[in-house]
Design a protein around this ligand. Sequence first.
Ligand SMILES: [Zn+2]
Ligand SMILES: [Zn+2]
Length: 143
Amino acid sequence: MTDTREPPLVLRGSCLCAGVAFEIHGPLSRPLYCHCGMCRKAHGTAFRARAGVAASHFQWVRGDDLVTWYESSPGTHRGFCRVCGANLINRFDAHPDQYGLALGALDDDPQVRPQCHVFVADKAPWFEITDTLPRYDGFPPRA
Ligand SMILES: [Zn+2]
Ligand SMILES: [Zn+2]
């Protein structure tokens, strides 16, 4: 019997052009929606849906040479495919053991769902939050 709520053993993801692919062998943490201006610009939409992943659980399957890093704020590097522009993962100089994963890059259902909205103070004026998840003007309180 398979519990459908169990996360898959391997989560697969890829970019829009499929030149880059990756696998995650472990759980995701702190799934959320970020409305900050940098995420809105990077993704070209109202917010970034992201989750944390341990760097040791993440591996490129192909195309890691296509991943280009943009330092959007000091120490935060946004990795995207240089062919198609898809956002993939962020890495952080301050905590290199964790990546920030763009949930939209996943091909599998991670089972986890975003738990809150952050940087709501920077939210796009043309987007209305219509769910009942907690909202924070900046970072969420540390659990
Ligand atoms: Zn691509
Ligand atoms: Zn953000």
